[in-house]
Unconditional design. Structure first.
Length: 188
Protein backbone atom coordinates (compact mmCIF):
# COMPACT_ATOMS: atom_id res chain seq x y z
CA UNK A 1 0.00 0.00 0.00
CA UNK A 2 2.74 2.47 0.95
CA UNK A 3 4.75 1.61 -2.17
CA UNK A 4 1.70 2.12 -4.41
CA UNK A 5 1.11 5.59 -2.92
CA UNK A 6 4.77 6.46 -3.31
CA UNK A 7 4.71 5.43 -6.99
CA UNK A 8 1.48 7.39 -7.59
CA UNK A 9 2.95 10.47 -5.87
CA UNK A 10 6.15 10.30 -7.95
CA UNK A 11 4.09 10.06 -11.17
CA UNK A 12 2.05 13.11 -10.19
CA UNK A 13 5.19 15.12 -9.38
CA UNK A 14 6.74 14.10 -12.70
CA UNK A 15 3.64 15.19 -14.67
CA UNK A 16 3.47 18.48 -12.77
CA UNK A 17 7.16 19.07 -13.45
CA UNK A 18 6.67 18.47 -17.17
CA UNK A 19 3.72 20.88 -17.21
CA UNK A 20 5.88 23.54 -15.58
CA UNK A 21 8.81 23.00 -17.94
CA UNK A 22 6.81 23.11 -21.21
CA UNK A 23 6.26 26.91 -21.20
CA UNK A 24 9.93 27.48 -20.41
CA UNK A 25 11.03 25.21 -23.26
CA UNK A 26 8.63 26.93 -25.64
CA UNK A 27 9.96 30.37 -24.65
CA UNK A 28 13.57 29.23 -25.06
CA UNK A 29 12.76 27.78 -28.50
CA UNK A 30 11.08 31.01 -29.64
CA UNK A 31 14.01 33.13 -28.44
CA UNK A 32 16.43 30.85 -30.25
CA UNK A 33 14.44 31.07 -33.49
CA UNK A 34 14.24 34.85 -33.18
CA UNK A 35 18.00 35.12 -32.66
CA UNK A 36 18.72 32.87 -35.65
CA UNK A 37 16.40 34.93 -37.84
CA UNK A 38 18.64 37.98 -37.53
CA UNK A 39 19.49 38.19 -41.22
CA UNK A 40 20.39 41.88 -41.09
CA UNK A 41 23.74 41.10 -39.47
CA UNK A 42 24.38 37.33 -39.67
CA UNK A 43 28.09 37.64 -38.78
CA UNK A 44 27.41 39.60 -35.61
CA UNK A 45 29.92 42.14 -36.87
CA UNK A 46 30.22 45.63 -35.43
CA UNK A 47 31.15 48.03 -38.19
CA UNK A 48 31.04 51.67 -37.01
CA UNK A 49 31.02 54.58 -39.45
CA UNK A 50 34.42 56.20 -39.84
CA UNK A 51 33.34 59.22 -37.79
CA UNK A 52 32.22 56.97 -34.90
CA UNK A 53 35.39 54.88 -34.55
CA UNK A 54 37.13 54.93 -31.18
CA UNK A 55 40.86 54.85 -30.51
CA UNK A 56 42.28 51.35 -30.14
CA UNK A 57 43.95 50.81 -26.76
CA UNK A 58 47.71 50.49 -27.16
CA UNK A 59 49.49 47.35 -25.99
CA UNK A 60 52.86 45.66 -26.22
CA UNK A 61 53.38 41.91 -26.19
CA UNK A 62 56.04 39.30 -26.78
CA UNK A 63 55.63 37.14 -29.86
CA UNK A 64 56.39 33.47 -30.35
CA UNK A 65 59.45 34.29 -32.48
CA UNK A 66 60.96 36.23 -29.50
CA UNK A 67 60.04 39.57 -31.02
CA UNK A 68 57.83 42.31 -29.63
CA UNK A 69 54.64 43.71 -31.09
CA UNK A 70 53.55 47.23 -30.10
CA UNK A 71 50.27 48.40 -31.61
CA UNK A 72 51.20 52.10 -31.69
CA UNK A 73 54.18 51.27 -33.91
CA UNK A 74 51.77 50.02 -36.59
CA UNK A 75 50.02 53.39 -37.07
CA UNK A 76 49.66 54.05 -40.78
CA UNK A 77 48.85 50.38 -41.43
CA UNK A 78 45.63 48.39 -41.09
CA UNK A 79 46.06 45.93 -38.20
CA UNK A 80 44.15 42.66 -37.96
CA UNK A 81 44.02 41.33 -34.40
CA UNK A 82 43.02 37.64 -34.56
CA UNK A 83 42.25 36.46 -31.01
CA UNK A 84 42.83 32.73 -30.64
CA UNK A 85 42.98 29.97 -28.08
CA UNK A 86 46.02 27.75 -28.64
CA UNK A 87 43.80 24.63 -28.81
CA UNK A 88 40.50 26.23 -29.90
CA UNK A 89 38.97 24.06 -32.68
CA UNK A 90 37.20 26.94 -34.49
CA UNK A 91 40.43 28.99 -34.34
CA UNK A 92 42.37 26.09 -35.86
CA UNK A 93 39.84 25.94 -38.70
CA UNK A 94 39.84 29.72 -39.28
CA UNK A 95 43.61 30.31 -39.05
CA UNK A 96 44.57 28.68 -42.39
CA UNK A 97 41.94 30.81 -44.18
CA UNK A 98 43.28 33.97 -42.56
CA UNK A 99 46.80 32.91 -43.54
CA UNK A 100 45.90 32.20 -47.18
CA UNK A 101 43.16 34.73 -47.96
CA UNK A 102 44.34 37.66 -45.84
CA UNK A 103 47.94 37.43 -44.63
CA UNK A 104 49.55 36.03 -47.78
CA UNK A 105 47.30 37.68 -50.36
CA UNK A 106 46.78 41.13 -48.79
CA UNK A 107 49.80 41.50 -46.55
CA UNK A 108 51.92 44.39 -47.67
CA UNK A 109 53.19 47.68 -46.37
CA UNK A 110 49.55 48.47 -45.57
CA UNK A 111 48.56 45.46 -43.41
CA UNK A 112 49.78 43.74 -40.24
CA UNK A 113 48.18 40.51 -39.03
CA UNK A 114 48.85 39.18 -35.52
CA UNK A 115 47.33 36.23 -33.68
CA UNK A 116 46.85 36.81 -29.95
CA UNK A 117 46.54 33.78 -27.65
CA UNK A 118 43.93 34.70 -25.03
CA UNK A 119 44.22 31.27 -23.38
CA UNK A 120 47.74 32.14 -22.18
CA UNK A 121 49.27 28.92 -23.45
CA UNK A 122 52.95 28.19 -23.19
CA UNK A 123 55.34 28.90 -26.06
CA UNK A 124 55.27 25.17 -26.83
CA UNK A 125 51.48 25.08 -27.02
CA UNK A 126 51.43 28.12 -29.29
CA UNK A 127 54.19 26.62 -31.45
CA UNK A 128 52.00 23.53 -31.82
CA UNK A 129 49.11 25.77 -32.97
CA UNK A 130 51.45 27.34 -35.54
CA UNK A 131 52.57 23.92 -36.83
CA UNK A 132 49.04 22.49 -36.99
CA UNK A 133 47.57 25.51 -38.79
CA UNK A 134 50.55 26.46 -40.96
CA UNK A 135 50.30 30.17 -40.13
CA UNK A 136 53.29 32.44 -40.72
CA UNK A 137 51.93 35.66 -39.20
CA UNK A 138 53.24 36.54 -35.71
CA UNK A 139 51.58 34.95 -32.69
CA UNK A 140 51.44 36.92 -29.43
CA UNK A 141 52.07 35.11 -26.16
CA UNK A 142 50.10 35.56 -22.93
CA UNK A 143 47.37 37.62 -24.58
CA UNK A 144 44.50 37.35 -22.09
CA UNK A 145 45.20 40.89 -20.87
CA UNK A 146 44.93 42.19 -24.44
CA UNK A 147 41.72 40.20 -24.87
CA UNK A 148 40.34 41.81 -21.71
CA UNK A 149 41.41 45.24 -22.94
CA UNK A 150 39.41 44.75 -26.14
CA UNK A 151 36.57 42.64 -24.73
CA UNK A 152 37.59 39.78 -27.01
CA UNK A 153 37.69 36.02 -26.51
CA UNK A 154 39.06 33.27 -28.71
CA UNK A 155 37.93 33.15 -32.36
CA UNK A 156 37.39 36.92 -32.46
CA UNK A 157 38.68 39.46 -34.96
CA UNK A 158 39.27 43.19 -34.59
CA UNK A 159 40.43 45.45 -37.41
CA UNK A 160 42.19 48.71 -36.63
CA UNK A 161 42.34 51.40 -39.29
CA UNK A 162 45.45 53.33 -40.37
CA UNK A 163 44.67 56.05 -37.82
CA UNK A 164 44.72 53.58 -34.91
CA UNK A 165 40.94 53.36 -34.45
CA UNK A 166 38.77 50.27 -34.06
CA UNK A 167 37.05 49.91 -37.43
CA UNK A 168 35.51 46.42 -37.27
CA UNK A 169 34.77 43.67 -34.74
CA UNK A 170 33.65 40.17 -35.65
CA UNK A 171 33.21 36.90 -33.85
CA UNK A 172 33.67 33.69 -35.78
CA UNK A 173 34.99 32.45 -39.03
CA UNK A 174 33.75 34.72 -41.83
CA UNK A 175 37.10 35.17 -43.60
CA UNK A 176 35.45 36.60 -46.74
CA UNK A 177 33.81 39.41 -44.75
CA UNK A 178 37.14 40.16 -43.05
CA UNK A 179 38.98 40.26 -46.36
CA UNK A 180 36.39 42.61 -47.86
CA UNK A 181 36.59 44.98 -44.89
CA UNK A 182 40.42 44.92 -44.81
CA UNK A 183 40.54 45.72 -48.53
CA UNK A 184 38.21 48.66 -47.91
CA UNK A 185 40.29 49.91 -44.95
CA UNK A 186 43.54 49.71 -46.94
CA UNK A 187 41.97 52.00 -49.56
CA UNK A 188 40.93 54.63 -46.96
Amino acid sequence: MFCERLILLSKLKFKAGIRMIKPLLFTALMLNLWACANTENPTGAINPDESERSAAPDFTMETLDHGTFKLSEATGRVVHLFFIGYACPPCMVTAPGIEKDIHLSLSSDSLTVIGIDVWDGSAGQLANFKIQTGVTFPLGLQGSGVGDLYGATNDYNILIDKKGRIAYRQSGTQVDALREKITSLIKE
